[in-house]
Design a protein around this ligand. Structure first.
Ligand SMILES: Nc1ncnc2c1ncn2[C@@H]1O[C@H](COP(=O)(O)OP(=O)(O)OP(=O)(O)O)[C@@H](O)[C@H]1O
Ligand SMILES: [Mg+2]
Length: 214
């Protein structure tokens, strides 16, 4: 059983892409997944509505404006799904903070630019504050190198740069056309391009995540 929030200060860094495709991989590993879209932009709900695959069945949009009701809704979803993924909007607004207060894991995608690293550091600080407020040692913070462009020095150095922020780093997701295309078709990468490099990266990411939460 695990509640996994995907959060970050930076917009457009791959939070929704990672939420959707991790859901696909966790489902194909045999987990019962639920995906909660707490972003007022409803990007994930729109993605899911474009196709007829897994996401069309497991994504629901949740309003976080009443924190106690939100927690109740997450708990009831968690009672029937063993992996609950929560996509949050950028900037550590209320949905991301609320998710950090109830998640077991906060996944933080981070890109290779210096501004991305600064944003990741800030997001880690906010999440650590949520962790000390809770007092149960959770959430676990896991960093995910995201939108990494192959063959660049910044991309190559990113895992080591992120590791210096003091939290574990999971396998990277590259900048790949198929990952943008699968959203347009309403599918996960495993449904859209099974066995492609992007799909293999998400398999590796899901396996590494499972090891961390085992
Ligand atoms: N690894 C990737 N390779 C190629 N395109 C990607 C990748 N990850 C994300 N994208 C594209 O980048 C854009 C932003 O991605 P996404 O919506 O996942 O980011 P986000 O962090 O959820 O954004 P927001 O902060 O607005 O919620 C989308 O068009 C998406 O298809
Ligand atoms: Mg998003």
């Amino acid at each position: 059983m695990a509640i996994i929030a995907v959060s970050g200060r930076k917009g457009g860094i791959g939070k929704t892409t990672i939420t959707a495709n991790l859901a696909g991989e966790l489902a194909s590993m045999g987990h019962k997944v639920a995906v909660l879209d707490t972003d007022p932009q409803k990007s994930l709900l729109k993605w899911a509505s474009l196709g007829d695959g897994l996401l069309s069945r497991v994504v629901v949009s949740l309003d976080t404006s009443h924190p106690r009701r939100f927690k109740g809704q997450v708990d009831s979803v968690h009672a029937v799904a063993d992996r609950v993924l929560i996509d949050t909007p950028p900037g550590f607004a209320d949905p991301a903070l609320l998710a950090a207060l109830l998640a077991d894991v906060v996944l933080m995608p981070a890109g290779p630019s210096p501004l991305d690293i600064i944003a990741a550091r800030e997001a880690i600080d906010v999440t650590r504050q949520a962790r000390s407020r809770r007092g149960d040692g959770l959430p676990l913070i896991l960093l995910v190198p995201s939108k990494v462009v192959a063959g660049t020095a910044m991309g190559r150095d990113l895992p080591a740069t992120l590791a210096s922020l003091g939290e574990p780093v999971l396998p990277a997701i590259g900048q790949r056309v198929a990952l943008a295309e699968c959203a347009l078709s309403g599918l996960t990468i495993g449904e859209y391009a099974k066995g492609s490099p992007g799909h293999r990266e998400f398999k590796a990411l899901a396996e590494a995540l499972e090891k961390e939460i085992a």
